[in-house]
Ligand binder design. Structure first.
Ligand code: NAP
Ligand code: HSE
Length: 312
């Protein structure tokens, strides 16, 4: 039996979902993979907050208490670039594999962090950073590794899709955003979701996996606001697209209008969908829950199991 001690950074929507999922899946994972998962310590800002299903004895407000303790790997679910970046760098330097849901950090410093992971011979798992529970990174890195990817097109932000769906039903933009925040889909700063920046961060991560370090020849980002008009028989979706072009890649995030019969029009609420066009395989469609506690936790846990396979 392999015993694995996990240090968890953050216990909000995603971190809390991860704690509950580990508890729920522990015995199946023990039986199936011969791996005993244990949460060693959990970093939060405020240890007095109510956290259903979380053992208070594991909470700490000291990051070093988690990272420098006797744990085998770190799961980062804090968000943002600064503190999370400091903690992830320290964990990698101390030869801990890291699993993260943080696309903002990867979009800002992914290259440096992946080099640090490789230098220290540990893994940096990031399935949860794009499309929540939809295994799009695994599809690109493994299932489609034999093909040349020409284009990736998708709905990569659950909050904006949720907001657009509520607006189709007549809710105001402001009320729809407030609901997405209550449900835990939105970023701490929801303008990241609505401005298209969150989609752009995820698109950069996907483009990097699909096209390598190809130069970005053109990039444009446009989000959604309260001025989305209702036009009978159509809906608006916030689309992110990365295309291979001569000498590099072009990235674009923009609202596009679709008739009801288009597959993107049928992507509802916080769901995401991605179409990956491979030169040999043609179009591959992936879709499912793109935000929320349980789907994102499932992606984190699958990366944890991947890291565990690499632990000696
Ligand atoms: P959240 O609900 O705001 O949770 C953040 C957690 O981190 C909280 O437990 C908070 O502590 C803790 N924290 C924040 N800054 C800290 C600091 N400087 N030191 C110690 N603890 C700190 O955020 P979330 O929605 O779970 O998102 C976490 C990450 O997952 C982000 O990178 C986000 O982009 C990504 N993500 C989110 C979703 C989603 O559906 N929400 C889906 C995919 C990916 P307190 O609880 O004490 O405040
Ligand atoms: N705020 C993000 C979204 C969370 O709504 O898609 C999932 O990455």
């Amino acid at each position: 039996m392999k015993r694995v001690r996990i240090g968890l950074l953050g216990c909000g929507t995603v971190g809390g979902g991860f704690v509950r999922l580990v508890e729920r899946e522990r015995s199946r994972i023990r039986d199936r993979y011969n791996v005993e998962l244990n949460l060693a310590r959990i970093l939060v800002r405020d240890s007095s907050k109510e956290r259903p299903g979380v053992d208070r004895a594991l909470l700490t407000t000291s990051a070093l208490d988690v990272i420098d303790r006797d744990c085998d790997l770190i799961v980062e679910a804090i968000g943002g670039v600064h503190s999370a970046g400091t903690f992830v760098r320290r964990a990698l330097a101390r030869k801990r594999s890291v699993v993260t849901a943080n696309k903002a950090l990867l979009a800002a410093a992914g290259g440096e962090l992946f080099r640090a992971a490789s230098r220290n011979r540990v893994s940096l798992g990031f399935e949860a950073s794009v499309c929540g529970g939809v295994p799009v990174i695994a599809a690109l890195r493994r299932g489609l590794a034999g093909d040349t990817i020409e284009r990736i097109t998708g709905i990569l932000n659950g909050t904006s899709n949720y907001v657009l769906c509520r607006m189709e039903e007549g809710l105001s933009f402001t009320d729809a955003v407030a609901r997405a925040q209550e449900l835990g889909f939105a970023e701490r700063d929801a303008t990241l979701d609505l401005s298209g920046e969150d989609s752009a961060q995820k698109l950069r991560i996907l483009a990097n996996v699909a096209f390598g370090d190809g130069e970005v020849r053109k990039a444009s980002v446009c989000g959604i606001g309260g001025d989305v008009r209702h036009v009978r028989g159509t809906v608006v979706r916030l689309i992110a697209e990365a295309r291979r072009v001569a000498g590099g890649v072009e990235l674009c995030v923009e609202p596009r209008r679709f008739t009801y019969d288009h597959p993107f029009a049928r992507v509802r609420d916080e769901q995401n969908a991605v179409v990956i066009r491979g030169r040999a395989v043609g179009d591959v469609w992936l879709g499912g829950a793109g935000a929320g506690a349980s789907p994102t936790a499932a992606a984190l846990l699958s990366d944890v199991l991947e890291c565990v396979r690499d632990l000696t």
